[in-house]
Ligand binder design. Structure first.
Ligand code: FE2
Ligand code: FE2
Length: 318
């Protein structure tokens, strides 16, 4: 049995005092927004307890699907590098960037250089700019495939982008990994389902992502960005969204997911365990436990309730 943990959107704080020149552009609006709203939503102490809980389950691998920081200031990116180091060795912690990690032009390159040990391919660790994604990391029975939808956008926009070049590379690598008989886990920051989020924060080119997964196949797609738990589908491939790891001050709470993966190619068995906390001082508890079936069912074995009937916040979208 292989255990994969999925954590997303820690939006690590506290926000360092930005230098004046760093507050040019979109960061001015983001800074005001963070001081007004996010500072009370993204809380450090509950995040630390959530991470402790996750590490106590001794996962074999940890997938972090972006938005590690807020305004992509240099000091934030360094804080995130240290935070990643505390999760475990870089070979056991895979990271992709989110829109906040690419907050302004140039930020993504800085984040990539700082977090490169966590987001590079096993075979070509020094990929050329523009072809860094998807990266592939083979670990036991699974292949972690890290894509990037992170782009700098204008004020009040949080869209992602998935271009034709990356879509072709994703199709090719998923085909190859399928032939190897690996359990393919695809990481993407923005939800790749149409209608999964508002237009100003949608994934532009999401149809390309879906086509790649449909044509070449995958076993699991993991995303963040929405800061809420969700289950959707691309064909029969489960698409799982996880709450923001630091979102204890928000109504959706904070959480992470564990996937216990067993079986073999064409007969994989996947149990999904959702753990989290519903408020800043609440304990970290198991929220739900389900099996993901290849025929598209997701069932809570304890209650025999299918997702979508038992939990109204779990949306099903194909
Ligand atoms: Fe986020
Ligand atoms: Fe995001």
């Amino acid at each position: 049995m292989y255990t994969l943990a999925h954590l997303s959107d820690p939006h690590l704080g506290p926000l360092p005092q930005p230098k004046l020149r760093e507050l040019a552009s979109k960061r001015v609006i983001g800074y005001v927004n963070w001081r007004r709203n996010r500072v009370s939503l993204h809380l450090e102490e509950p995040l630390a307890r959530l991470v402790d809980d996750m590490l106590s389950t001794t996962p074999d691998h940890i997938a972090v699907t972006g938005d590690l920081v807020n305004l992509a200031l240099k000091a934030e990116i360094e804080t995130a590098r240290q935070w990643l180091g505390a999760l475990g060795p870089a070979r056991d912690v895979s990271v992709i960037p989110g829109n906040h990690d690419a907050y302004v032009p140039g930020a993504l390159g800085h984040a990539w250089r700082s977090w490169a040990d966590h987001m590079t391919d096993d075979a070509k660790p020094l990929s050329a700019a523009g072809e860094r994604f998807p990266f592939i990391r083979r670990r036991g029975p699974i292949a972690v495939v890290g894509t990037s939808s992170a782009v700098a956008t204008g004020p009040f926009m949080a869209t992602g982008s998935f271009g034709p070049g990356q879509a072709q590379r994703l199709t090719d690598c998923l085909r190859g990994l399928g032939k190897e008989g690996l359990f393919r886990v695809v990481m993407v920051h923005h939800p790749p389902l149409s209608g999964a989020t508002g237009w100003y924060k949608r994934l532009v080119g999401g149809s390309r992502f879906r086509a790649a997964v449909r044509e070449a196949g995958a076993e699991l797609v993991l995303h963040g960005h929405t800061h809420r738990r969700s289950i959707g589908w691309i064909g029969h491939v489960p698409v799982i969204g996880v709450p923001a790891a630091s979102n204890a001050g928000h109504a959706h709470g904070a959480g992470y997911n564990l996937f216990r993966i067993g079986g073999e190619p064409n007969a994989w068995q996947v149990e999904m365990i959702e753990r989290g906390l519903s408020g800043p001082s609440a304990p970290v508890i198991e929220m739900d436990r389900r099996h993901l079936y290849r025929d598209g069912r997701i069932v809570n074995e304890a209650t025999r309730d299918a997702a979508g009937q038992a939990a109204p916040d779990l949306r099903e979208a194909r």
